[in-house]
Every structure is written in C-alpha cells, then in structure tokens.
Design a protein. Sequence first.
Length: 119
Amino acid sequence: QVHLVESGGGLVQPGGSLRLSCTTSGSIFSISAMGWYRQVPGKQRELVARFFSGDTTDVADSVKGRFTISRDRAKNTAYLEMNNLKPEDTAVYYCNAAVITKTGYLELWGQGTLVTVSS
C-alpha cells in the first residue's frame, strides 16, 4: 500500500503566509517527482512548484519569489512555503508524487486542500 497525505491550507489575509506539507508512505523505492498543483473552478489544474530529477525544481512564474518548495528526503515529505499571498492564489492545492514501487511506476494525487486569500 502506498499513501499520500497533504496538510496545511486555510484562510489567510493578503500578504500572509501558509505552509503546505505532503508526505508519502508505504512500499516506495524512490520518488522521481513531487510537488503541488492548483486549480480554480472553470480552469485547468496548473503547476505551482515541484521537484524532479533529484533536486531540480520547476516553479511557476506567478509564484516565483513568493513560494518556496523544499523537501525532507528521510521523511518522504515535501513542503510548500507560501509567502506574500495574493487573492489570485486562492485555489485548491493538490500534492502530486511520481513514485517507484515494487510493482512499478505509480502517480499519486492528494485529496486537495483549499487555500483562500481574502480580507
């Protein structure tokens, strides 16, 4: 069994900060990519930030300089530190992980966590 659990999110005022966490567990040999996507109603899900090919990061232009992705390899956990949040950051944030298990490649999605930026 392989699991992915995300936490964090909530309501914050513009200019505020939040941190999202995402942890994978189970019979995982390695993690080839891990990060966050977000989606608002009526729009496609978009990449926010992710790790891939080791420690290479890919960060959306809209959040560069405000959001930071980091990871704790020992805990199979990734974090998204979100600073200077703007109303346009309001969305459901989904953690995504591409993992290798004993049965092969598996892509995991979290249940989503709502981030609301509003005064």
